[in-house]
Design a protein around this ligand. Sequence first.
Ligand SMILES: Cc1ncc(COP(=O)(O)O)c(C=O)c1O
Length: 396
Amino acid sequence: MSLSGIGEGSVYGQQLEVVEASNETLLLRHSDGRVREYIDLLSAYGAVNFGHCNPEINPFRHFSSDIAACFYPPEAATFCAWIVRYLNLQDYEVLFQVGGSMAVTAALSIAQQKKAGKIAYLKGSFHGLGIDALSITNVHREYALQSALLGITDESKFLCLDYSSDVAPPPEEIAWDEVSCLIYEPVQGANGYIPVPRGWLQAIINKAKEHDVMVIADEIQSGFFRHGSLSVARQAKMNSDIYLFSKSLTNGLYPFSIVLYPTAFRRELKHSFYLAHTFQTSALGCFAMYEVSRFIDSHDIDQMCSNVELELEMFASVLRAQEIERVYVSGPTLSFEAPAGLAKPIVQRCLSKGVLVFSGGPSLNRIRVAPPVTIKLDHLRMALDVLHEALLDQLS
Ligand SMILES: Cc1ncc(COP(=O)(O)O)c(C=O)c1O
């Protein structure tokens, strides 16, 4: 076996191969050669919110170029105009990056150019695996191969804010003058799909803005309808300066990410920067992103999200009746706290019954359910029944 064993598949306790993927269905091959069908409630951590291999999101339809170093295909500009209009962000421009972590790095760097200082982030956040992104990551840090490099960053440059009601700092007591930027996920993905308390977040954002602190909404996982809207931050009127998207931006077809920032910021940068990723101008990425925008425009995504949300709400009431704690439904996404030590066995039990759910949270004890919004509802119901049985099995 030459494939690295470093990866997130370990929660399933066995190495499986993907043979085929279609909407909510995955065909996986087991080590004994057996191929089995699974209902996917992971959506690749929010990277395929519009269904696997969605035939209506076909980047190859445009395949007239691959990559031409300094030049984007026209779909790039069309997409930029679309997203700026969709989010009503006048006078913004779009920087393409490769992978979520690099979008985070770019946003932090823009902030430091404008006002040097500490980077404030929230307890429970996950912002990626670069040294900078990992420094402001609070969950699953210890699982990152890259964590060995953390000792080379200066911890005093970072400020972790806890929002738990008993210890949350009053916004006016934070030394904002020392802070360059505040980065947040409106719904914390790796933390187990935890919506950050809106009132507290809004108050923190308002205070940060009063002190000229740049506010960065990391919607790399929460964006593109994982929680029922393209941008949770925009929908909830969390007045941020920079917005980051990735994952379902291309429906998982290419690891593009975007940094949306006010055009004025670029004019204020101290140098003229030009170094870029080799793959930043990927035509395939641009075609995929453009196709996603067309899919969104030509479907009633709000209705799709509501249909899934309704099923999840019904399931959530069952869980709450069984005194399962911290059950959250945020758009077409559900999460709950598994009783201590039971998340992994529940995930593995579901796997044995043909359903893929995943764990999350600081001690990996939350169950996360994030189906594609295109999932067939009878499949969703079947999969939730399996999850319920797996939970009852473990509770008994
Ligand atoms: C909120 C958030 N930010 C950043 C990242 C990093 O993205 P990538 O893994 O593409 O570097 C992730 C990845 O899950 C994420 O969930």
